[in-house]
Design a protein around this ligand. Structure first.
Ligand code: SAH
Ligand code: SF4
Ligand code: F3S
Length: 440
């Protein structure tokens, strides 16, 4: 069959988490294998919006962007508008798209991204619209190409889906049940990445701690990857506190390449709210875990996710969250206003918290988190840190940015040839969100 995708100009807009970013990299990789190439939004013949449904504002941003494409489509009837990602796994979204957004040409889900070039080819040759959504994951598609954002670092999916069903969360419905990749496939991919110049990998999964393929669990996998030469840094996300094992904590000491940072979403400091979120740990369990991690790996940076205003969250529950944050002293945290997600158990919970109350609590929490972030960063001043240089600063000329082992953002003066290398930087000053330094 003729390759109809050759020389087509595409643009992908990604909403959502690293999982989605990585899916977009794979879609881009596939399109480029067919000879298509990436351009800015305004010049594209193919526009793909890769959506997220984790909170309401993600939905809103998507519909806003899609609304703007109506005019583009009227001006250029050859423009192909495609949508994919987590929102497409929800029937009510598909119904809305069919009813109100007739300029959409292609809709596909999270389980069949590998079919996109085929779907697109049919849409172009047969001049028709197409919807292809699979309910569940099935076999994992291996060997897909990927167009990485950075030459020196890469995401690596180790598992797909989630079985945890936290009561607020839509992800188990949009990404299906947990499926782990075979360790041989992961090792092969990481070897290939290393051969291609990649120094840092970030292992991705909604709950990497429940990775399991035959006899290999997540900690075994870390030891396997730690042996691959060329790879200098290994990160992972996300860890569910209920599944983080002592063996994994031990791995931080044993595996030189495992970076000293951990993202450990707590969601709430109230054991009662945690119970109703179905998180399956208490405030005390979590604090004990943090203590265990810190005594084994004293320098480790700990970050988290917190939801404010979960249904029924009382002033006392919220005070427990503040108390937990004071005790843990996070390096940083993503804080979210609880957002009702259609189809999740918490949608039906009574005592939804009024918006202005959620905002008040949210602001109080952010102030507290910022204090501990600033304090943690301040402690870096005077230290010499190994920084993997990512690229030029977006805001300042002649300034490069990179990350420490503990994932702190560092700005320093230097030439572009340092990009992709690991350099020694003396930290000269700090603020809430980043560090400044100079080369030594
Ligand atoms: N699998 C990861 C996180 C996936 S979603 C984990 O379990 O940690 C990323 C974050 O979004 C969650 O940690 C949670 O803090 C937040 N989140 C998910 N659903 C939400 C909702 N309905 N309202 C507000 N925040 C939500
Ligand atoms: Fe959502 Fe919970 Fe699964 Fe994370 S572990 S993706 S928060 S259901
Ligand atoms: Fe969003 Fe889907 Fe990720 S809902 S957070 S893009 S898994």
């Amino acid at each position: 069959m003729e390759n109809i995708l050759k020389d087509r100009k595409y643009c992908i807009v990604t909403f959502g988490c690293q999982m989605n970013e990585h899916d977009s990299e794979i879609i881009a990789g596939m399109l480029e294998e067919y000879g298509a190439y990436a351009v800015e939004h305004e010049e594209a013949d193919i526009i793909l919006l890769n959506t997220c449904s984790v909170r309401e504002n993600a939905d809103k941003r998507f519909f806003g962007t899609l609304g703007q494409l109506k005019k583009r489509k009227q001006e250029n009837e050859n423009l192909i508008v495609c949508v994919c990602g987590c929102m497409m796994q929800q029937q009510h979204i598909i119904d809305t798209l069919k009813e109100k957004y007739p300029w959409v040409d292609v809709i596909f889900g999270t389980h069949n991204i590998h079919n996109f070039p085929g779907i697109l080819t049919r849409v172009i040759t047969e001049k028709q619209k197409m919807i292809e959504i699979w309910e569940d994951g099935g076999e994992i598609a291996e060997g897909l190409p990927s167009k990485r954002l950075y030459k020196h670092k890469s995401f690596v999916n180790i598992m797909y889906g989630c079985n945890n069903f936290c009561t607020y969360c839509i992800v188990p419905y949009t990404r299906g049940r947990e499926r782990s990749r075979n360790p041989e496939d992961i090792v092969r991919e990481v070897r290939e990445l290393a051969a291609d110049g990649v120094k840092e990998i970030t292992l991705l999964g909604q709950n990497v701690n429940s990775y399991r393929a035959k006899d290999t669990d997540f900690t075994d996998l870390i030891y396997l990857l730690n042996d691959i030469s060329g790879i200098e840094r290994i990160r992972f996300m996300t860890s569910h506190p209920k599944d983080l094992s002592d063996r994994l904590i031990q791995a931080f000491a044993d595996c030189q390449k495992l970076c000293k940072s951990i993202h450990l979403p707590v969601q709430s400091g109230s054991s009662e709210i945690l119970r109703r979120m179905n998180r399956r740990y208490t405030k005390e369990d979590y604090l004990r875990l943090v203590e265990k991690i810190r005594s084994a790996v004293p320098d480790i940076a700990i970050t988290t996710d917190i939801i404010v205003g979960f249904p029924g969250e009382t002033e006392e529950d919220f005070a427990e969250t503040l108390d937990l944050c004071r005790k843990v002293q996070y390096d940083s945290a993503f804080t979210f206003l609880y957002s009702i997600r259609k189809g999740t158990p918490a949608e039906k919970y009574e005592d939804q918290i009024p918006e202005e109350e959620k905002h008040r609590r949210f602001n109080e929490l952010v102030d507290l988190i910022n204090e501990s972030s600033a304090r943690k960063n301040e402690a870096y001043v005077g230290r010499i840190e190994k920084v993997l240089v990512d690229g030029p600063s977006k805001t300042r000329d002649n300034v490069l940015t990179g990350r420490t082992d503990s994932f702190k953002l560092v700005n320093f003066e230097g030439d572009d040839e340092l990009i992709g290398t690991i350099v020694d930087i003396e930290i000269t000053s700090a603020n809430t969100f980043s560090l400044m330094g100079k080369r030594v």
